[in-house]
Write a protein of this length. Structure first.
Length: 130
């Protein structure tokens, strides 16, 4: 019901039904920080899921809302299955990375993946990502 809106605030959608990451998940913490900064309560009776496939299905089959990276629903948005609402979510950004053991012997495949991810990150951020 909010997809046609040109401008929305968090207060406009607070009473919608939500699907949120589990408490303690980094994205949930970011969402809670944004809500607290806006002086808003957390949505009541939200479904909690960290499984992206379940979250996508719940969103596609309902009018529920969630907080996700736009990259996580790229294809669903591209094909008109999901919409990104025009809500300012500044403060919800967070770094994402790869962690490996310092003494691990990296496979050729892992080295290639890490090289590719660095290249994409540099392209997205204008260089300088590590």
């Amino acid at each position: 019901p909010f997809a046609a809106e040109k401008s929305l605030k968090l207060a406009d959608v607070i009473h919608a039904e939500w699907v949120l990451p589990y408490k303690g998940a980094p994205s949930r913490k970011a969402f809670e920080q944004v809500m607290n900064a806006a002086g808003l309560p957390l949505p009541k009776n939200a479904i909690e899921s960290n499984a992206l496939i379940a979250l996508r299905a719940l969103l596609i089959e309902s009018d529920r809302l969630s907080i996700l990276s736009r990259n996580q629903i790229h294809y669903e948005e591209l094909h008109g299955m999901l919409s990104v609402l025009p809500i300012d979510m500044r403060g919800s950004e967070r770094p994402i990375g790869i962690t490996t053991r310092a003494d691990a012997k990296r496979s050729i495949g892992l080295n290639a993946l890490m090289q590719y991810l660095r290249a994409v990150s540099d392209e997205m951020t204008g260089g300088g990502a590590t």
